[in-house]
Each structure stands twice: as C-alpha cells, then as structure tokens.
Design a protein around this ligand. Structure first.
Ligand code: AMP
Ligand code: ZN
Length: 459
C-alpha cells in the first residue's frame, strides 16, 4: 500500500517515493543537551519514532541519523542571546563537556522509557568538527560565504531563493526590525557558519581560520551529508525549525552541493500545557520524572500522544494524562481478554482490520484513526487469539508493549492486606477474605482470584 506524507516543502500530502526501494535514508534534528528534555521536546521524538515504526511496518529498512547538539549555540536560532551550554556550565559549575555527557545520558534514558526506537546513527557535533570545517571550506570555495572581522557568514543573496520551506519573502524582512542586526552582515537573512572564538570562549577548535567554533545549523548539514549522502529521503524536526534552522540547512546544502538535501521535510506541531506555552516562569516544563513522581509511566504519555495527529497541537493537562493512563490499562486488559479466546474469526474480518489500520498509518501517520481501529478490535465480544495476534502486530507501530506484564508499585500497607487475605483464604475464612478484598479496594486496588492465584490490578 502506498504511503502518503505531508511535505512542508511542497505544502502537500504526497505519495512517498523513496530514492532506494530497499533502504530509506532519514535525518532528524536531535536535542541540545544542556538540560533535561521536557515533554514538549519528547513529543518531537515520539513523532520521529512513529515515523520510523510506520516505515518499518511497511517493510523498509532504515538508515536514520540524529545529531546531538553538544556545542553551545545561542539562545535563539538566529544567532543571538546567551550560549546555552555555557550558561548551563556556569549554573552547574561543570565544564560544557560534562554538561553534555550528563544530559545526553538522561535523554537516552527518556527515549528508553518512552520505548522510542533509536536511530541507527547518533552523532555528536563535537566529534564532527573536521567534517564541518571541510563543509564550510567548500561553501567558501563555491562563493556562498564572506568574511567579517570575526565571523564567516553564509551569503543568502547568492541563492536562487532563500526561504523555500517557510515561503519567506526576504524583501519584507527589514534589517534590525526584530533581531539585532550585525552591521557587517550584507543581508538580514545571512547567518554565521564559522565564528572566531573570543579569548574566554570554552568550546573552540584549531581550524583553517584560527581558533573557532561552528554556527549551529552547520552540524546537521555536515553530518547529514556524511552519513546519508548529498541527497536523502526524509528530514524531520519540530515546527520551530522551519523558519530558520531548516532554511539555513537547505541554504548550506545549496551552497555545498547545489541542491536541497532531502526530498520530504516533516515537522511536528507543538505540545501546549493547559492551552498555553510551556515556560520556566510558569514552572510547567514537565519532564518524564515529573510525570513518574505523580504516578504516571512514560508509556501513559506515549498513549496520550496518539490522541492527536502530529501536525496538530496537542494540549497536555493532568486530566488528559489520567485519561490516557486509564485507556492504556483498558487496552492491555482487552489484549489479554483476546489472548485467552478461541472463537473462530474469519480471514476476511482480520484482513479488513489489517487494511484499515495500514490505511490510517500510511495516511501521513494518522494515529487517532489507527487507534480507533485498535479499540474496535479490543471491544469485540468474541474473544479470539486471532485478534490478539493482530493487536500484537499493530503494537510494532504503537510501541505500547501491549503484551508486557507491568510490575505494580504496590504500597506496603496494601501488600500487607494482600498477605492477610491469602492467609484467610488458605484457612477458608471467606468472610474475612471478603472484608479484606473491600479494604484493598478502598486503597485503590482490585483483587481477582484466578486458577493461578491472586491477580492484583490498579483500579
Ligand atoms: P531543542 O533541544 O531545544 O533543540 O529542542 C528539541 C526538539 O523539541 C526540537 O525538535 C523542537 O522542535 C522540539 N520542541 C521544543 N518545544 C516543543 C513543544 N512545546 N512541543 C513540541 N516540540 C517541541
Ligand atoms: Zn538540525
């Protein structure tokens, strides 16, 4: 079945035609590792994972690279503000390498908890300075850059068009209107690709232009080319990447090789909190640990993300996370119900569900639609192992670990009640056993007596 993806470049949903039928080459802009990832950031990586899983479900092999930005870049994408890594280093009294190491590790732990399948290639900017240097040299050689006293700028006026993704009208952007404009820059959209490091700058390297550090956008262009070639299939990121970071990546590639580096550009919309933006001042930059502290698992957050299409905003509230948690638990119960079933379901019915699911995911990753197919199966009264097998197959895309028993974090007092109930039952004291069941229930847990013993569920 054909796959359709929304391409920001053409502003259309397009049939996906890979360059190489056997292996898809894809690049995702990764995190800047100066702090814990918040749940908004993680939505972007859940989207990336969703895309990976859908492509794999369709039988493709992947060669997927994601960068780790461990070189400091400035607060805003447009080369202004404070260096984020340096700021973090000062805050935590560590050097930038220690900061990067620590938060990269934390980011990887978050991916693991969210069951995000990792890209085949994870590449750190600091380990590719030479590749970036070579890249800049070629851009200069090709005539797409100019030097000022302390910066090599990309000259956007040399391009046939700058702003192909966001359709920017460059003439309407007045110098100095919004951003502080370096008077040495020739055009407002020009951006730094190589920068002379001031004396006290910590992250700097010996290069053809003295002690320098790279402009932020460069790492993605250089590493994308290195691992995926001059032209690859898909490039992903968050929507905030469209107007500057990805425009600049495209500009650099045009300066280097003459063309746009990827055929399909896909962007994930933002996650909002209580209908608004996340911010430090509102104290609502939640991390996975914050969710765990309130009794939610990372997979509840994963489930929550399926309630909205990746190109729509999603609004996070604690109530909606609670609803996702309940839904996930019901889903797992439904899967279990079918596991034991022996009703005979026809091949046609199974194939029909399979097609509907595939149609949904291949329609630009329509997960809310795919989930409605899943619920339809879960709700079927005829219990069937065939349904179970189908749901487990769909879980390759969902990544919800539908068949995995989760250890309940049962509080000590409830454990004690469970033990007492077991003793009561061994002594055939049914009255006491029922009383204890009610007490356990009042504490938020359900006891089921099965042929293998007691099963404890969260209410
Ligand atoms: P950063 O580490 O700041 O480069 O951001 C990592 C990723 O998170 C980028 O792909 C951003 O587009 C994405 N991102 C940042 N804030 C949000 C948000 N509120 N919702 C969804 N994605 C976000
Ligand atoms: Zn990037």
């Amino acid at each position: 079945m054909d796959i359709y993806l929304y391409n920001t470049l053409t502003r259309k949903k397009e049939k996906f035609n890979p360059i190489d039928e056997k292996e898809i080459r894809m690049y995702s802009c990764g995190p800047t590792v100066y702090y814990f990832a918040h749940i908004g950031n993680l939505r972007a990586y859940l989207f990336m994972d969703n895309l990976r899983r859908v492509l794999k479900y369709n039988g493709y092999k992947l060669k997927h690279a994601m960068n780790i930005t461990d070189v400091g870049h400035l607060e805003s994408d447009a080369d202004e503000g404070e260096d984020k890594m340096l700021k973090a280093a000062k805050r935590e009294n560590k050097n930038p390498y220690e900061i990067a190491e620590f938060y990269t590790q934390k980011f990887m732990e978050d991916l693991e908890k969210l069951n995000i399948s990792k890209p085949e290639i994870i590449c750190k900017a600091t380990e590719h300075i030479k590749d970036m240097e070579e890249y800049v040299k070629k851009i200069i050689e090709n005539g797409y850059a100019y030097e000022t006293k302390d910066t090599i700028y990309f000259d956007t006026s040399k391009l046939d068009k700058y702003g192909v993704l966001s359709n920017i009208n460059v003439n309407e952007q007045k110098a100095g209107a919004r951003v502080e404009f370096d008077k040495n820059k020739k055009n407002v959209t020009d951006f730094a690709i190589w920068i002379k490091a001031p004396e006290n700058h910590i992250m700097k390297w010996d290069t053809f232009w003295g002690k320098c550090y790279p402009g932020w956008h460069l790492e993605c262009s250089a590493m994308g080319r290195k691992y995926l070639g001059e032209l690859f299939d898909i490039h992903t990121g968050g929507i905030d990447h469209i107007p500057i970071h990805h425009e600049n990546e495209i500009a650099q590639s045009k300066g280097y090789s003459g063309h746009i580096p990827a055929n399909y550009w896909m962007h994930c919309e933002f996650l909002l909190i209580d209908g608004g933006k996340m911010s430090k001042s509102l104290n609502n930059l939640y991390t996975i640990s914050d969710l765990e502290e309130k009794g939610y698992s990372a997979l509840d957050f994963r489930m929550f993300n399926f309630t909205s299409h990746y190109r729509n905003k999603i609004n996070f509230t604690w109530d909606s996370l609670e609803a996702a948690k309940t839904a996930r638990s019901r889903l797992k119960e439904g899967v279990k119900k079918h596991k034991e079933g022996n009703e005979n379901i026809s091949e046609d019915i199974i194939r029909n569900y399979e097609n509907k699911f595939l149609e949904a995911i291949n329609d630009d990753l329509n997960m809310p639609q795919a989930m409605s197919v899943v619920w339809d199966i879960v709700r079927q009264n005829n219990k069937s192992k065939r349904y179970y097998d189908l749901l487990i197959k769909f879980d390759k895309v969902l990544g919800l670990e539908l068949d995995k028993e989760e250890e309940l974090d049962i509080p000590e007092e409830v454990k004690e009640l469970i033990n007492k109930r077991k003793i009561a039952r061994d002594n055939k004291n049914w009255e006491e056993s029922d009383k204890l069941r009610d007490e356990i229930s009042n504490n938020g847990y359900i006891v089921k007596d099965t042929k293998d013993g007691m099963e404890i569920l969260k209410k």
